[in-house]
Design a protein around this ligand. Structure first.
Ligand code: SAH
Length: 362
């Protein structure tokens, strides 16, 4: 019989047959970053011809404003020279290229910046190299060079593997992915472990959610934010984390998969669709011990506070009518409540005793 499954589906079927059902985190990790067949390893997923579009790919204004945010923050930090200008999961490198172009109005900033990318995909590293030839590359946050730090992460944390737990009569049991019965539409199905975990593992505000509720945690995100916070205690610096997610920890299944700009079943086509989950900003903030986290704000408010409307007006002055329309459409997509303005949140972390970053309340 011929095997109609993709290589990654085949791999997961074999894995589950040998070892039993796997956690959602293992599934997500393999779907996105299996060394041969993972989603980010095998393709450049961005743009109209890809599966999804991110803010820097929508408009140059996004990266430009973040570049100016960095210049302002660098000034607030006392203009350290040299400093590490890091980005986690830079995609095509578009954000950083736009940021550096805007930041070039302060040549000393550019002279002092050592651009460092944390990226696991060699295909995307190639794209990043074209857009930002001066960068150096690292596999994880903890490998970044030492020293003062400015860091940006846009749509990085949503790609980190989550674990899911469901409240049953037994307590909080972990959701697992096992094999579906033959003839099912999908090769996999969700199930639950028989043993409950200690509720201490879960964010305190949701431990008492009612029966049937699903809770998500993202251990890797928590680890990275704790490492980042520790680093900001001993080195001057600041970080900006932008992603879709919620300001308060709340129950809910936010695992989603996207292919060709449409939602697809998470259990269909692993390795062929982008699998993500919403970011729990309240939980991350709690893990940022010892540094100064700012109250997260909505992306729309943040970009407006940084002057996106003035930037759009300036670009419109030298635009053709078609370009002007595109500028207006991008502005609306990035900032309006029903587009990305409300769902996306921005959180800043800074070293202690640094002035409040631009775009956040004093
Ligand atoms: N920030 C970009 C891309 C977002 S997509 C933008 O806004 O357009 C997620 C990015 O994170 C991709 O570059 C992906 O390859 C990278 N990535 C995802 N998980 C990662 C991990 N665990 N380690 C390093 N890079 C990762």
């Amino acid at each position: 019989m011929t095997d109609t499954h993709s290589p990654l589906t085949r791999y997961l079927i074999d894995l589950i047959q040998q070892e039993g059902p796997i956690s959602v985190a293992t599934y997500m990790d393999l779907a996105l970053s299996h060394p041969a067949h993972g989603y980010y390893i095998t393709r450049d997923p961005f743009g109209r011809a890809g599966d999804f579009t991110t803010s820097p790919e929508i408009s140059q204004m996004f990266g430009e404003l973040l570049g100016l945010w960095c210049v302002d923050m660098w000034d607030k930090l006392g203009r350290p020279d040299p400093f590490v200008l890091a980005e986690l999961g830079p995609g095509r490198g578009t954000l950083m290229a736009d940021a550096l172009r805007a930041a070039a109005i302060v040549p000393d900033f550019i002279k002092a910046a050592r651009v460092a990318f944390v990226e696991m995909s060699s295909i995307l590293r190639e794209a990043q190299k074209k857009n930002v030839p001066s960068a150096s590359w690292y596999n994880t946050f903890s490998e970044l060079p030492a020293g003062p730090l400015l860091l940006i992460a846009n749509e990085f944390f949503d790609a980190l593997p989550i674990r899911q737990f469901q409240r049953t009569e037994l307590g909080w049991c972990e959701r697992r992915i096992g094999l579906a019965p033959p003839q099912s539409d999908l090769p996999f199905q969700f199930g639950l472990t028989q043993d409950a975990i200690s509720p201490e593992l879960l964010p305190a505000p949701v431990r008492n959610a009612r029966l049937g509720s699903i809770i998500e945690i993202c251990p890797l995100a928590e680890t990275i934010v704790s490492q980042l916070a520790r680093r900001l205690q001993t080195n001057p610096g600041a970080a900006l984390i932008i992603d879709y997610g919620h300001l308060e920890s709340a129950p809910g299944d936010t695992l989603q998969a996207m292919k060709n700009h449409k939602y697809v079943d998470v259990l269909d086509m692993p390795g062929e669709a982008d699998v993500t989950a919403h970011v729990d900003f309240a939980n991350l903030r709690e893990k940022a011990e010892g540094c100064a986290p700012c109250e997260p704000v909505q992306q729309g408010c943040f970009l407006k506070a940084l002057g996106i409307e003035a930037r759009a007006a300036k670009l419109r002055q030298s635009a053709t009518p078609a370009q002007a329309l595109e500028i207006d459409t991008s502005l609306a997509r990035l900032t309006e409540q029903e587009a990305m303005g409300k769902l996306f949140k921005v959180m800043a972390l800074t070293s202690p005793n640094v002035s409040t970053p631009a775009g956040f309340a004093e």
